[in-house]
Write a protein that binds this ligand. Structure first.
Ligand code: A3D
Length: 320
């Protein structure tokens, strides 16, 4: 059987890391697409040359032509511009919306059967736009943010408790932005919810609150340290986890930006919710119950996402 084909649209910091991880994990052959001439070709060749020492079999190529993504099983989209210090994700809206138009049309024309994972910011609005421009089924287009935000939360918790991150589960819902909702009640160490761990004296409520805030600010913390560009190792690893679940029909329960059509009483846009990702794409949205405070945080996150989608619709008519 032929290897799956993975098209990476955008060969920048995240795109290059995605290509390396996909090759190391032998998820399939990789095509890197970018408008910057030489960048995708150079990264593809460099990673291909690491194959003998890295002990993987995967074909890698770089291109400026959408024809080369033909028949892709998975497309991961990072094309666009990342944040600079002092910028919010939302500042990227206008410029990256134009990019989503060309990328969406490229995928529509050449890889209409692909499972598409958007990473470009502002995430919840860009994945909505990408779906609109590509016209692909809603369940085949989703956004990566929740896996990353939850991974950051898990990392901070594992460090605080001095336990393996493998035993820490955590849920972060809502939009990928300052209003994201780390759900403390649904986050556990080996099944023990965080509030119980506070009672057991493993940490204090103050420390837990600080970890929640650090998770919300996780992207900005890296932007501040790097000074040019934003995080790329953890975002790429998170998207690869989603792609792998699709390609291997693992049916992992992963938080991602999914299209809501009635779930959580919401309709008509993308927002971060727990999902099941398998061969059908986003096969299911898991509806958890929220208490009053959690619901209020989720509602405010949803209204921030809706505002961005409305702003896109305004610019979108100008792009038409
Ligand atoms: P960067 O290294 O700048 O790569 C972006 C690439 O996109 C560059 O190589 C550009 O040449 C290319 N590009 C620009 N326009 C086009 C186009 N029209 N078609 C094809 N390629 C194009 O950025 P990055 O890889 O660090 O980040 C990529 C995106 O991911 C940014 O929008 C970030 O804000 C976003 N991001 C999202 C998360 C989430 O958790 C959602 C995390 C980190 C970064």
């Amino acid at each position: 059987m032929a290897r799956p084909k993975i098209a990476l649209i955008g060969a920048g910091q995240i795109g290059g890391t995605l290509a390396h991880l996909a090759a190391l994990k032998e998820l399939g052959d990789v095509v890197l697409f970018d408008i910057a001439e030489g960048t995708p070709e150079g990264k593809a060749l460099d990673i291909a040359e690491s194959g003998p020492a890295g002990k993987f079999d995967a074909a890698l190529s770089g291109t400026q032509s959408y024809e080369d993504i033909a028949g892709a099983d998975v497309c991961i989209v990072t094309a666009g511009v990342p944040r600079k210090p002092g910028m919010s994700r939302d500042d990227l809206l206008g410029i990256n919306l134009k990019v989503m138009k060309s990328v969406g049309e490229g995928i529509r024309d050449h890889a209409p059967n692909a499972f598409v994972i958007c990473i470009t910011n502002p995430l919840d609005a860009m994945v909505w736009a990408l779906r609109e421009f590509s016209g692909l089924p809603y369940e085949k287009v989703c956004g990566m943010a929740g896996v990353l935000d939850s991974a950051r939360f898990r990392h901070f918790l594992a460090t605080e408790f001095d336990v393996s991150m493998k035993d820490v589960t955590a849920f972060v819902l809502g939009g990928h932005g300052d209003t994201m909702v780390p759900l403390v009640r649904y986050s556990t160490v080996a099944g023990i919810p965080l509030p119980d761990l506070v009672e057991m004296g493993w940490t204090t409520q103050e420390k837990l609150d600080a970890i929640v805030q650090r998770t919300r600010d996780g992207g900005a913390e890296i932007v501040g340290l790097l000074k040019t560009g934003s995080a790329f190792y953890a975002p790429a690893t998170s998207a690869i986890e989603m792609a792998e679940s699709y390609l291997k029909d693992q049916k992992r329960v992963l938080p991602c930006a999914a299209y809501v059509d009635g779930a959580y009483g919401l309709k008509g846009f993308y927002v971060g919710v727990p999902t099941v990702i398998g061969a059908g794409g986003v096969e299911r949205i898991v509806e958890i119950s929220m208490n009053k405070d959690e619901q209020a945080m989720f509602d405010s996150s949803v209204s921030a996402v809706k505002g961005l989608v409305e702003a896109c619709k305004g610019i979108d008519s100008a792009l038409a």
